[in-house]
Design a protein around this ligand. Structure first.
Ligand code: FAD
Length: 457
């Protein structure tokens, strides 16, 4: 930061490339401390999360739940007739909301004192960026350019959509194939199926959601299948053709074919560093293109920093926010200068949701000699009348030696909301005895977490 009474040799103290989750947070926070900040955004204010990620996805997840809710209401005596789904209403209402959020992000940046360039920026030197053909200097540069969907190079690749396009389809597809095994694939399969499309989820591995607790994965597969998603594991699409009438024909590895109106590839995201000028300036990246940074988010060029999906540590909005804040504190302020990546809670907004924090059973057994597994599986009270066959799974892993709770997992309604609170307890080092001494809230599903008496394993 430029010192008082001393004129900086640079146009800005900090130039942020990318106004997504991490970039906006870092820019606003730094500007609030009197730092002279400029931000460049080439596409949409708020980045992936606001425009083609968390926010519109959650709105669509809400939509997909309604269809089921109307059906379930009958058991409670409420009969809805003539229920129809109008995709343009959902899509356009979503767009109106996102446009509102874009405006909020613009105001947040400008009102905090940042200069905003709505254009692409590239790095042209350790202290220089190029925006719209203009050279701008800065004492420090922050790369917060996020990630981009990766679609494998198969014949017919041009016919598929990714999470970038899925939110704004012209018409709602009757038949969809979602390809991928990560959380985005599972969530979108749930959205499509919930809204009435015949949905196939295709994944080349044995079971989706690699990295999650094995029992959670198996349980989720069973529940997702109950909701009408056809799960096709251990297979892959070889090529895709488009017929004259616009119908897509996927050819699988075993030679079988299947027609679909849309095929969505959710096959991973890569760091968004192509053409950014990093190589020319000497900023080290790894083989996936991720910017290599120190614990303090400094790249191999000391005046250049990077945070968020572009460093490919944990691709989640709250993590990008935490990294942005830690960096700004380290550079210009006081307080915690690094990010604690331990016990990051996450949710998958499939149906029902998954909420998870801490170690999986497999990880716990690898790291601890004796692990107690507490487990509860039940049909939620609501479904005694709704007629739904949906089941809930709750699971807690405890280190026998210290009684510390190592991991908590849930598959069930509002699992994300429930696990957020439990994550605080785990961060505070809660033991099983602390859970046991906590009084439940009755009648809720969450109370199961404080009434698990005997380990099952
Ligand atoms: P981004 O938010 O991607 O922002 C990067 C910005 O930089 C973009 O706006 C881009 O246009 C801009 N940019 C790139 N290059 C340039 C350039 N050269 N010049 C100017 N601007 C540039 N996370 C969760 O926590 N919960 C969820 O439920 C969730 N759901 C998701 C669902 C989907 C479908 C997707 C795709 C992602 C989801 N995520 C979710 C992940 C989350 O969106 C990202 O982790 C988060 O957005 C990362 O923030 P970021 O600041 O690193 O990058």
């Amino acid at each position: 930061m430029s010192q008082e009474n001393q004129v900086s040799q640079y146009d800005y103290d900090l130039f942020v490339i990318g106004a997504g989750s991490g970039g906006v947070r870092a820019a606003r926070m730094a500007a609030g401390m009197g730092v002279r900040v400029a931000v460049a955004e080439e596409r949409y204010l708020g980045g992936t999360c606001v425009n083609v990620g968390c926010v519109p996805k959650k709105l669509y997840v809400y939509a997909s739940h309604y269809a089921e809710t109307f059906h379930e209401a009958a058991g409670f005596g409420l009969h809805a007739s003539g229920v129809t789904f109008d995709w343009p209403t959902l899509r356009d209402n979503k767009t109106t909301e996102i446009t509102r959020l874009n405006g909020i992000y613009r105001n947040l940046l400008i009102n905090s004192g940042c200069e905003l360039f709505e254009a692409r920026a590239t790095v042209t030197g350790p202290n220089e960026v190029s925006v719209d053909g203009r050279r701008i200097t800065a004492e420090r540069i922050l790369i917060a350019t996020g990630g981009w969907p990766h679609v494998p190079d198969i014949p017919g690749r041009e016919h598929v959509i990714s999470s970038n396009e899925v939110f704004d389809l012209e018409t709602f597809p009757r038949r969809v194939i979602v390809l991928g095994g990560g959380y985005i694939a599972v969530e979108f399969a749930g959205i499509f199926a919930g809204l009435g499309a015949r949905t196939d989820l295709v994944y080349r591995g044995d079971l989706f959601l690699r990295g999650f607790d094995q029992e959670v994965r198996e349980f989720t597969a069973q529940e997702v299948a109950k909701k009408g998603v056809k799960l096709r594991f251990n297979t892959n699409i070889r090529s895709i053709k488009k017929a004259d009438d616009g119908v897509l024909i996927a050819e699988f590895e075993d030679g079988s074919t299947q027609e679909a109106d849309q095929i969505m590839y959710a096959t991973g995201r890569v760091p968004n560093t192509a053409g950014l000028g990093l190589e020319e300036v000497g900023v080290a990246t790894d083989k996936s293109g991720a910017v290599v940074v120190s614990d303090q988010f400094q790249t191999s060029i000391p005046s250049i920093y990077a945070i968020g999906d572009v460093i490919d540590r944990v691709q989640l909005t709250p993590v990008a926010l935490a990294e942005g804040m830690a960096l700004v504190r380290a550079l210009y302020g006081k307080g915690e200068k690094t990010v604690d990546y331990d016990l990051i809670p996450t949710a998958v907004f499939c149906q029902p949701n998954i909420g998870t924090v801490g170690l999986t059973e497999e990880q716990a057994r690898e790291r601890f000699a004796k692990v107690d597994v507490y487990r509860s599986e039940f049909r939620a009270m609501k479904h005694t009348l709704s007629g739904s066959q949906e089941r809930t799974l709750m699971k807690m892993l405890v280190d026998q030696e210290t009684d510390r709770v190592l991991g908590v997992h849930m598959v069930g309604a509002e699992a994300g909301e429930i696990i957020q609170g439990i994550a605080v307890a785990l961060k505070a080092g809660a033991t099983k005895a602390v859970f046991d001494s906590t009084i439940g809230i009755h009648p809720t599903a969450a109370e199961e977490f404080v009434t698990m008496r005997e380990p099952v394993r």
